[in-house]
Write a protein that binds this ligand. Structure first.
Ligand code: ADP
Length: 720
């Protein structure tokens, strides 16, 4: 008997076995319909094998579906990703089918000639139509225009059976990129990097690279040139470029279109589903060469993937925390390994993990020196707020105000950076000291003035700002504490009423289109002062921007989690790197209460190596990533007792293991979210310990009740 193991999109740890009917020939990757209870479900064949009878009676595969099979390496990849993240492999496989969920775009209706049939009456108009049409098929309206007749003439020919209407499936055409369309002339470092990258790709096999260079050094330019060479060597090569934010895709798509004379395919949640379906189908058919996308593009069914670029590889947005928990950068490296392809991680501030891999020789380290051309890195100054304390209820110190004024006078732009959405992060009652929180979540409500609401940033809960304190009932006693971007903008408007100001955050630019519009206004010089969260700190090129003011450089350092210092360094280096990218020199001013902090001193000195060395030493001493491994287990339930019990059961069942410790269970810092109680456990292991095997053995020992949700987060980035 032939049996097929089928991956089904359900939270189960393994594929299900089905009998293969005589009439069907199945292979790994095929899409099939299989019975599950009373329903039929779509599944992916992971394996087909012969067996001589079994004591279980297997149900049979219902049918082979018409949709394209997943390439076998894509199945390898989803299975590997399932094992690495301890996620159900069937759900990983379902991620690879996401593009198929949308309906196809509607077919196009066209007319064509029916055989040699001639019209009963050959008027000049009718003859003109038949001549214009020839052997082709055309949309009726186009044909009428081409022949210079009314649509009635065409309708008459259809009624007479001389022409017929046909429906043509709209198959998206993806133009082939032309590597020689508009080549750039690279400087020495860039050319060397492009050559090494291209050689890595065309040499075949798995080759990981770190492309390391300050903002504006031409990393994009270098990898575009490498892509051109890859396409010259193999016009069917497929290339995937991953970006951390949808807002960055448009600028890159424009650059690629200008360089190759053809637009790449775009893949992220902002792309309309029918379009995503076209991209999916073009990718699996090899009709599309370059895809620019968000992390989920890693699951596309490429058939000839030669290179993956992970741009801004240090960015925490590559970590997916909801649903399937995975890190896009790590999975990109894994996909390249499975495909036997090259992968290049590009950043001005690489993650410590990636630097560690480069230092130890696992990754080829390509370095770009200075900024391209005459552009120089901005001059970074620390501004000690103890000596330049802003007035009460204001946030910009005198020296920063002066610098903004000078920049305005020169007709140049300022970016004020504060990684806090809304107007004020906390609202409290002056009478009783109560801080307003969401009703079912442990987080403070953030005041938003533009919308007039108090918002929980974790769950999206919002309410109108109350008149009375919800705790003591005092009237008009609520005060806004601390600044968000809206409040800084309010201060800027008062100081510089003539300046054109705007706020850039996920509230003012919630989708790709509005972000693009805001970026365009800034690029065109229609904004003088932009107050922005991290949404504007990365990747964008603003030629007229010469001053970056960091309102609160200490903000990220207070968090105290594993990567607080690293993240702060990266974010501030990226934010300050926005200044002075064209021919005008830039400067950055960092307001801080702790100018002696090593992270800030390294930033001011432009000494990334010193920062990395100090931070690596701390991680090594504590055996934390990249020197060790971490995994978190998060339990949550509306039933507090059930969470408590499951946490205790887990604690009792910890397998013996060496060079590995388990911390907790403890209440999560966010102990209550949407009415669910949360507890966490943290596993730390030495690098050579197989932490996944440990977790699997451990979790197999404990029965988790249906009321408790258990999430495994391998290599956690959030500790909340
Ligand atoms: P990065 O990706 O390192 O931030 P980019 O590739 O975006 O750097 O380059 C920064 C700016 O410098 C861009 O406007 C780019 O067009 C320009 N640039 C970089 N290298 C060159 C080059 N060799 N020739 C022309 N312009 C270049």
């Amino acid at each position: 008997m032939k049996v097929a193991s089928v991956l089904i999109p359900l939270p189960v740890p393994e594929a299900f076995d089905y009998e293969v009917p005589e009439a069907l020939t199945l292979a790994r990757g095929d899409q099939v319909a299989v019975p599950l209870g009373p329903r039929l479900m779509r599944g992916i064949v992971s394996e087909v094998f012969e067996t001589t009878g079994s004591n279980r009676r297997l149900k049979a595969v219902d049918s082979l579906l018409d949709d394209p099979a997943l390439p076998s390496r894509v199945v390898d990849f989803v299975e590997w990703a399932g094992r690495w993240t301890l996620s159900p492999p069937g759900e990983m496989a379902a991620t690879a089918l996401k593009g198929l969920r949308a309906p196809r775009p509607r077919p196009e209706r066209r007319v064509r000639r029916v055989g040699e049939r001639a019209p009963s009456r050959a008027t000049p108009a009718r003859t003109g139509v038949l001549e214009a049409l020839g052997e082709r098929s055309m949309a009726g309206a186009d044909l009428a225009r081409a022949a210079g007749v009314s649509s009635g003439v065409i309708k008459g020919l259809i009624d007479e059976g001389v022409l017929e209407i046909i429906e043509i499936a709209a198959e998206a055409a993806f133009d082939r990129p032309d590597p020689d369309h508009a080549p750039a002339s690279l400087n020495g470092d860039q050319a060397a990097a492009a050559t090494a990258l291209a050689a890595g790709v065309t040499g075949g096999g798995f080759r990981p690279f770190l492309l390391d260079g300050v903002t504006g050094s031409g990393k994009t330019e270098a990898y575009l040139e490498a892509i051109a060479r890859v396409l010259r060597a193999d016009p069917a090569a497929q290339i995937l470029i991953l970006l951390p934010e949808i807002a960055l895709t448009q600028a890159l798509i424009e650059r690629i279109t200008a360089r190759f004379g053809a637009a790449p395919a775009e893949w992220h949640s902002g792309v309309a589903p029918p379009r995503r379906r076209q991209v999916w189908e073009a990718v699996v058919a090899g009709r599309c060469n370059i895809v620019v996308g968000a992390r989920s593009a890693l699951f596309l069914p490429f058939v000839n993937l030669r290179l993956i670029v992970v741009d801004e590889e240090h960015d925490g947005s590559f970590k997916q925390e909801e649903g399937l928990v995975y890190h896009g950068r790590d999975l990109a490296v894994a996909r390249a390994r499975i495909e036997g392809a090259a992968v290049v991680l590009a950043s001005a501030t690489p993650s410590l993990e990636t630097l560690w891999n480069a230092q130890s020789g696992r990754y080829d380290w390509l370095k770009l020196g200075a900024r391209h051309g005459t552009a120089v890195l901005p001059d970074i100054a620390l501004l000690d707020l103890r000596q330049n304390t802003p007035d009460p209820q204001t946030w910009l110190s005198q020296p920063l105000r002066l610098a903004i004024g000078e920049t305005l006078l020169r007709g140049e732009q300022t970016l004020l950076f504060l990684n806090r959405r809304g107007y004020a992060p906390v609202v409290l009652c002056r009478a009783c000291g109560h801080r307003l929180t969401a009703p079912d979540t442990d987080s403070w409500l953030v005041e938003h003035r533009y919308t007039g609401r108090l918002v929980c940033h974790l769950t999206g809960f919002s309410m109108a700002r109350p008149k009375l304190c919800p705790s003591c009932g005092a009237e008009d006693s609520l005060v806004s504490v601390g600044p968000g971007v809206e409040r800084v903008e309010e201060e800027v408007r008062q100081l510089f009423p003539e300046a054109r100001t705007a706020v850039f955050s996920s509230d003012t630019a919630p989708d790709a289109r509005s972000a693009r519009a805001l970026i365009q206004r800034m690029t065109d010089g229609e904004i003088d002062i932009l107050v922005a969260t991290q949404a504007a700190a990365k990747g964008h090129n603003f030629p007229r921007l010469t001053l970056v003011g960091v309102v609160d450089a200490d903000l990220g350092l207070r968090g105290g989690d594993l990567r607080a210092a690293e993240r702060t360094y990266q974010l501030l280096a990226q934010a300050t790197g926005r200044a002075g990218r064209a021919d005008r020199p830039g400067r950055a001013i960092l307001q801080t209460w702790t100018p002696e902090h090593p992270v800030l001193m390294a930033l001011a000195a432009g000494d990334r190596d010193a920062f990395v060395e100090a931070e690596m030493a701390e991680r090594e001493a504590a055996s934390l990533p990249p020197y060790g491994r971490l995994a978190a287990i998060i339990l949550s339930s509306e039933n507090a007792a059930a969470v408590e019990k499951t946490a205790n059961d887990l604690a009792q069942a910890i397998p013996n293991a060496e060079r590995l410790e388990v911390y907790g269970p403890a209440d999560a810092p966010l102990a209550l979210v949407r009415g669910r109680r949360r507890k966490r456990l943290l596993v730390r292991a030495d690098r050579d310990v197989n932490i996944q095997a440990f977790l699997r053995a451990w979790l197999a020992r404990v029965k988790v009740p249906a009321s408790v949700r258990l999430t495994v987060d391998v290599d956690p980035y959030s500790f909340l």
